[in-house]
Design a protein around this ligand. Structure first.
Ligand SMILES: *Cc1c(COP(=O)(O)O)cnc(C)c1O
Length: 224
């Protein structure tokens, strides 16, 4: 396992304008530092406790992306340093991020997570719920968050037609939301989709940000 080589080959396989988030969940500090030494600065984590421990002991110029289900009572632990929260799946969560960010005068970049997979276990909003959030007075009053785009996970399957369809539907939702709520706002520009097994299809469907763990760090010892 040569992390530098894996990173270089992942970077070669994606267009230059697509950002690569190295998903470092369940990887130890030494492993993450190998990727860091190879030049990687964007990392993704899905557990608050694990992320807080890593962020406090790893270099401060790492840009941490939160990509897992986030409980409102844990928002305060990541708000001081998080670069982007990709997994906003309720108005309540967004409100909590806004409140905590306000206390320390930060503005936190967020993505709305949309549910596109056929699997029920995956979190996320449907398009109608996203419209409700963006149309709400509560959202419009928030000063300490900014929504930069959407995130989604496709079904875990070999069926490329299905995965392509799911990524295509996320791209369509992105365009609808941009047209209705962000017409004169170029900040709404990120479409985070694609993991090790499906990032080629995601890029084909317009991804601007891929989240890759296994292809960089190898197979994780525990699932999740
Ligand atoms: C684990 C995870 C990834 C990366 O998965 P790989 O298959 O290891 O590339 C991407 N996105 C989310 C939300 C994840 O939880």
């Amino acid at each position: 396992m040569n992390i530098r080589e894996n990173l270089e080959s992942a970077l070669r396989s994606i267009p230059g304008k697509v950002q690569l988030i190295a998903v470092s969940k369940k990887q130890n500090h030494e492993t993450i530092m190998e990727a860091y030494s190879a030049g990687q600065r964007l990392f993704g984590e899905n557990k608050v406790q694990e992320l807080v421990a890593k962020a406090s002991s790893l270099p401060s110029d790492i840009q941490w992306h939160f990509i897992g289900h986030l409980q409102t009572n844990k928002v305060k632990f990541i708000v001081p340093f998080i670069h982007m929260i990709q997994s906003i799946d309720s108005l309540k969560l967004l409100g909590e991020v806004d409140k905590e960010a306000g206390k320390i005068n930060r503005v936190i970049s967020c993505l709305l997570q949309l549910h596109i997979a056929t699997e029920e276990s995956k979190f996320g909003l449907d398009l109608q719920e996203a419209f409700q959030i963006l149309g709400s007075a509560e959202y419009k009053a928030m000063k300490h968050i900014r929504i930069l785009g959407l995130m989604g996970m496709a079904t875990f399957t070999e069926d490329k037609t299905l995965v392509r369809q799911e990524f295509g539907s996320l791209r369509d939702s992105f365009i609808k939301i941009r047209t209705v709520f962000f017409e004169n706002d170029n900040e709404f520009c990120e479409l985070s989709m694609g993991m090790t097994g499906d990032y080629d299809l995601a890029i084909e469907q317009g991804s601007t940000m891929v989240r890759i763990g296994t292809a960089i760090f190898g197979v994780r010892t525990q699932p999740g």
